[in-house]
Design a protein around this ligand. Structure first.
Ligand code: OGA
Ligand code: MN
Length: 292
């Protein structure tokens, strides 16, 4: 393979990393360049890779300890995923694929709303790495948002309104809106289960401030009357989710996309449920969320 080079997407975030075969050991020097590019571009795409679960786990572990897979939707039987037992706790299967009429993975073919992975946990993952094994010819694109840019351009009245405030990140539903195992529907957002985090987050490595929103459904800004919390969140979300802060990934099999879950949100377009799409994902243990 040729030498490593970084090609920025030209959009609000993301870059391609060329010239690296992730199935082979990565030298510290090469890894340092990948880490530097990641800090700058927030999302990295490595195309044309051939990874099995142990290699995906090995490369992922360069970014920190692997985090456990999230709690599955009530309908999923994980024994059906086909992931080897050593990987079952660490590799999440994101799939529309069915075997004997049963889903082999999470999140089906539906639209996924803008979200941060597992931010309902007290220590949300630092990063996620999503590897495409099978993709449909179209649909199922994944969008990413630059939350530094969203924060930096926030109108000053909104910046003031969220300063020092924290928000509940709903743990009861996944990003497709499905109830997770063991959870009940919540009606009053003040009762939403899940961790609360500062709305403005200081990135521990880059020391830049980013909006940290998690996901809109079930969110609640601590200490505000519900209507005020709803109005404030609506205004901040309307600002943050503008196309000018976004970049979309159109998947090809063999793409591995790594995102910084501390300063990026993501979403997915729906696709035809009869088409096969199969991805394996790892996530990296995060650090305490620092207020910005
Ligand atoms: C995820 C996720 C998006 C996709 O795996 O965390 O949001 O494109 N997936 O499937
Ligand atoms: Mn996700």
């Amino acid at each position: 393979m040729s030498e490593l080079w970084i090609q920025p997407s030209g959009g609000a975030l993301a870059a391609d990393v060329h010239g690296v075969d992730l199935s082979k050991p990565i030298s510290d020097a090469v890894f340092a360049r990948i880490a530097e590019a990641w800090g700058k571009h927030l999302v990295l795409r490595f195309s044309g890779q051939k990874l099995d679960d142990p290699t995906l786990m090995k490369f992922s572990a360069r970014f920190g300890a692997l985090d456990r897979v999230p709690i599955a939707a009530a309908s999923l039987d994980r024994a059906n995923s086909g992931v080897v037992p050593e990987a079952a706790e660490w590799v999440a299967v994101i799939a529309s694929v069915k075997k004997d009429g049963k889903a082999v993975g999470s999140l089906g073919s539906y639209e996924l709303v803008w979200h941060t992975d597992m931010s309902y946990n007290p220590l949300p993952p630092r990063a996620s790495l999503l590897y495409a094994l099978e993709v449909p010819p179209d649909g199922g694109n994944t969008g990413f948002l630059n939350m530094y840019a969203a924060y930096e351009t926030l109108p000053s009245d909104l910046k003031r309104a969220i300063e020092g405030k924290s928000c509940i990140h709903d743990s009861s539903r996944n990003s497709a809106g499905e109830l997770r195992k063991g959870f009940q529907r919540t009606i009053d957002v003040r009762q939403t289960p899940g961790a609360a985090h500062p709305l403005v987050r200081l990135h521990p490595v880059t020391k830049r401030k980013a909006l940290f929103l998690g996901r809109r459904p079930g969110a609640y800004v601590h200490g505000l009357p519900v209507e005020e919390s709803e109005a404030l969140l609506d205004a901040v979300w309307a600002h943050a989710t503008q196309e000018r802060f976004a970049w979309y990934q159109k998947w090809r099999a063999g793409d591995l996309v790594l995102w910084d879950n501390r300063c990026v949100m993501h979403r997915r377009d729906a696709f035809d449920e009869n088409l096969r799409r199969l991805m394996h994902r790892t996530q990296i243990v995060g650090e305490p969320v620092l207020a910005g």
